[in-house]
Design a protein around this ligand. Structure first.
Ligand SMILES: [Zn+2]
Length: 144
C-alpha cells in the first residue's frame, strides 16, 4: 500500500447530516444532484430554510421546491482555528459563514477560497458542492 493510500485510509470521514424527516432528506438529495433548492410558499411566495412543513409567514401548508440561483452575500462569519472534528484538522483555519441567498433565506455553510483578511460584510458569494460520500454532497460557498 502506498503512503498516499495509507493516509487516505486513516483520514477521518467528514460528518454528514442524518435526516430523519423526509422533507430534510429531499433537501440533501437535491444538493447531491448539484442544485441548491429552497421551499417556496405556494400562498404568499416567501422562501424558507431550514425545510419545514408550514409557512412561518402565512401558515400555509402548501409549498414547492424551487431551484436557487446559488448566489448570495456574506451576512456574517467566524474563523475556526481549532478543529471541532478530526476530519477538519487539515482545513483549519476555516471560515463558517452565514450566507444570505438571493431568495432571501440564510444558511450556514463553509466559505472557501477567500483570503481571510479580505472577508467583508455583503461580499458576493456563490455555491459550489463537494461530494463527501457516495450519498452526500455538501454545499459550500466561494467568493463570486
Ligand atoms: Zn406563506
Amino acid at each position: 500500500m502506498s503512503d498516499a493510500a495509507k493516509t487516505e485510509k486513516k483520514k477521518p470521514k467528514r460528518p454528514v447530516p442524518h435526516p430523519i424527516e423526509p422533507i430534510n432528506a429531499q433537501f440533501w438529495e437535491q444538493c447531491h444532484n448539484g442544485v441548491l433548492h429552497f421551499q417556496q410558499c405556494s400562498s404568499c411566495g416567501k422562501f424558507r430554510h431550514l425545510p419545514r412543513n408550514m409557512c412561518a409567514y402565512c401558515s400555509s401548508p402548501d409549498w414547492e421546491w424551487k431551484p436557487s440561483t446559488g448566489k448570495g452575500t456574506l451576512f456574517s462569519w467566524t474563523i475556526a482555528h481549532m478543529p471541532m472534528h478530526p476530519a477538519f484538522v487539515a482545513e483549519v483555519p476555516y471560515v463558517t459563514g452565514v450566507i444570505e441567498l438571493e431568495e432571501g433565506v440564510r444558511m450556514v455553510s463553509l466559505v472557501r477560497g477567500a483570503v481571510m483578511e479580505d472577508l467583508e460584510l455583503d461580499m458576493p458569494v456563490k455555491v459550489e458542492f463537494e461530494k463527501v460520500t457516495d450519498d452526500f454532497t455538501l454545499p459550500y460557498f466561494v467568493p463570486a
